[in-house]
Design a binder for this molecule. Structure first.
Ligand SMILES: [Zn+2]
Length: 227
């Protein structure tokens, strides 16, 4: 998936980019409500002279790309609960999921995008909001399922899975190694229950000679007295 920035100008009509500084604390998910428009189309709509609404959003994602329409540290008008300092408009990044094209692929892209954004911020899925949570609007409407919101539960579960997957892949903790009472340097690490230590340091601590054969990629440790 491509991620590109194409910010609307500060002087965009109807104050769609009000320029209020925002330190977001949540991500709000929407559907575009438009079955024929893709991310590029939704971005152009924000600066289309025929558009008279004071509505805007930070990111719009489709089957191919995500387009950032406003800087993520500025407010947009996407959650319809006014402009008070605790409103969604002032505290949340608005993400529009397109309804056009291959929706399964779009949803997959949205999961990847959102999981990445949560991870970047050290957040969990508890930071996710529906447009509905702010204003009661039935949005993201394709997750509504007649009020059961099964699509929403599923979306959050998929994002959570993605987050955990990445966490598992990346999980590296610091560890310490002590040999005969001597602590080695700080470069021991713990990966999935196993400690990895630079072998040269272990050899040295044991008084062994260490040889590395770069052709066969073999390290040989030989302690004194060994044949
Ligand atoms: Zn919405």
């Amino acid at each position: 998936m491509i991620y590109r920035k194409d910010h609307i100008p500060r002087n965009t009509p109807h104050k769609r980019r009000p320029g209020y500084a925002m330190a977001a604390t949540t991500l709000t998910i929407h559907n575009t409500g438009n079955e024929s428009s893709n991310a590029a189309g939704e971005r152009s709509w924000l600066t289309n002279p025929f558009n008279v609404r004071q509505a805007s959003y930070h990111i719009v994602v489709d089957e191919r790309e995500a387009v950032e329409c406003l800087p993520l540290n500025e407010s947009a008008w996407h959650s319809g609960d006014g402009s008070g300092s605790r409103s969604g408009n002032r505290t949340s990044i608005g993400i529009e999921i397109c309804e056009s094209g291959n929706y399964a692929q779009t949803l997959e892209n949205a999961v990847t995008l959102v999981a990445g954004m949560l991870k970047e911020r050290g957040w969990g899925v508890d930071r996710l909001r529906r447009h509905y949570d702010w204003s009661g609007k039935i949005c993201p409407r394709l997750m509504y399922d007649g009020g059961k919101w099964t699509g929403w539960a599923q979306f959050k579960a998929l994002v959570n899975l993605k987050l955990n997957e990445e966490e598992r892949d990346m999980r590296v903790d610091k560890a310490s190694t002590v040999i005969n009472g001597n602590r080695l340097g700080d470069d021991s690490v713990l990966i999935e229950g196993r400690v990895y230590v630079p072998l040269a340091a272990v050899g040295k601590a044991l008084g062994a000679s260490v040889n590395w054969n770069n052709v066969t990629k073999t390290v040989t440790l030989t302690t004194k007295g060994a044949k």
